[in-house]
Write a protein that binds this ligand. Structure first.
Ligand code: PLP
Length: 423
């Protein structure tokens, strides 16, 4: 007999769900509904969402326009699953993406739909880079995060995740990310040196994989100059440049791609998270046509290119990317929010707080994980869902939906501000 649980009781999760669960420990209520930037629990209590499914919900929860597309598609027997067969939904998505996102930016890529997770896109990209170059090593960066499957873990810095692999994650060499040794030290020079030194012990890699602003690693934005010098190093040495835009892409930093501000042209781009627009799983590798050395079916997967997600993904492109409105909004809102965070940090200078980020991917560094935890727990009690990131979970990561209204954004920031004071 299934027992009726009282509202918000977590007992079913505690008894039935594995210890591996994490978010439900930090936000100990049972969520039932969501719309825009608001989550609602089983008791009808509302929370402002500054987590957005870790950047999956850039356009907010349950956008009615996306839902109407999905409902109409389902009601007319649209194909939901088709392995990687040709479908109208996939054709429409690719044609739209090409016309709205790639062509106006003078970009030419082929599409590889892989398994539904970001990590699977990372796996595909690393395999492809190795196959295309005939080299095995990959360069990744301190504090980089690319997922928890074995290949992706090998290029992920965090010891906790690496330790859970059960065997040594190999095949990557870690280099210092931008400003790893402070603003005055250009770490791309170190990389240039080891690549040019035949005795550095660093093999010529197949690829360099990076986030232009590290998300899980602590909201660490790379500068335009650093990204450009990495691109030059790649071109000079025949190394492929992979930009993992899984968290920072789809408008989070203002432009559709997070690397546009640096005017670089990656060989491979990875997208997932907000690509479907409404939280349905979808993952994509964009590869330069000359890199398409795959043999048919060589990187396979049952759930490549979820058709319903492609339908809502096309709706997102139609609604938000045929003009500059969203980009301009993110840039303006990002500047204002960042200013507010700087003020919060300034007022609490004695606690060693500092703010950083780009667009609407912002972080409040609290110095210690302990202080950051106190703040986010207090914020949750007051109705704000926000998470932490960084090596010691010391950075509060703000990822509100890009479509959040001004009043709700300010209410969320007020809660954060009060929580900082209280903590
Ligand atoms: N790459 C980046 C930059 C990410 O932020 C993440 C997830 O947070 C991943 C890859 C892995 O994506 P997934 O959790 O869907 O496997």
């Amino acid at each position: 007999m299934v027992q009726e649980n009282s509202s918000n009781s977590l007992s079913a999760f505690e008894t039935l769900e594995s210890n591996v669960r994490s978010y439900s420990r930090f936000f100990p209520v049972v969520f039932r509904k969501a719309a825009g930037a608001i989550l609602e629990d089983e008791n009808g209590r509302e929370f402002i969402d500054f987590l957005s499914g870790a950047a999956v919900l850039n356009y907010g929860h349950n956008d009615p326009f996306f839902l109407s597309y999905a409902i109409q598609y389902l009601q007319t027997n649209g194909i939901i699953h088709a392995l990687d067969m040709a479908t109208s939904a996939k054709k429409e998505f690719m044609e739209y993406f090409n016309a709205i996102i790639l062509r106006p930016r003078d970009l030419t890529y082929k599409f590889q739909f892989c398994g539904p997770t970001g990590a699977n896109a990372v796996e595909a990209a690393l395999k492809l880079a190795r196959k295309a170059t005939g080299r095995h090593s990959i360069i990744s960066f301190t504090n980089g995060y690319h997922g928890v499957s074995l290949g992706a873990l090998a290029v992920t810095g965090n010891r906790c995740y690496r330790g859970a692999a059960g065997l040594p994650p190999t095949g990557a060499v870690f280099m210092p990310y931008d400003r790893y040794w402070g603003a005055d030290n250009d770490t791309s020079e170190y990389l240039a040196k080891v690549l040019s030194d035949a005795s550095s012990g660093v093999d010529l890699p197949a690829a360099i994989i990076l986030e232009t602003i590290q998300g899980e690693g602590g909201i660490n934005p790379a500068s335009k100059e650093w990204l450009q010098s990495l691109e030059r190093l790649c071109r000079k040495n025949g190394i492929l440049l992979i930009v993992d835009d899984i968290q920072a892409g789809c408008g989070r930093t203002g432009n559709f791609f997070s690397f546009e501000f640096a005017d670089i042209s990656p060989d491979i781009i990875l997208l997932s998270k907000s690509l479907s627009g409404c939280g349905l799983p979808l993952s994509l590798v964009l590869l330069k046509p000359e890199l398409d050395v795959w043999r048919p079916g060589e990187h396979s997967g049952t759930f490549r290119g979820n058709n319903l997600a492609l339908v809502t993904g096309t709706a997102a492109l139609r609604k938000y990317w045929t003009n500059e409105e969203l980009s301009a909004r993110v840039t303006k809102m990002g500047a204002n929010t960042s200013e507010r965070l700087r003020r919060i940090a300034e007022t609490n200078r004695d606690s060693g707080l500092s703010a950083r980020g780009r667009g609407m991917m912002l972080g409040l560094d609290c110095g210690t994980g302990e202080l950051a935890e106190k703040i986010v727990r207090r914020a949750f009690e007051d109705g704000l869902v926000v998470e932490r990131c960084g090596a010691e979970n010391q950075v509060i990561k703000l990822l509100p939906p890009l479509t959040i209204d001004e009043q709700t954004l300010q209410r969320g920031l007020d809660i954060l501000d009060n929580s900082v004071h209280a903590a």
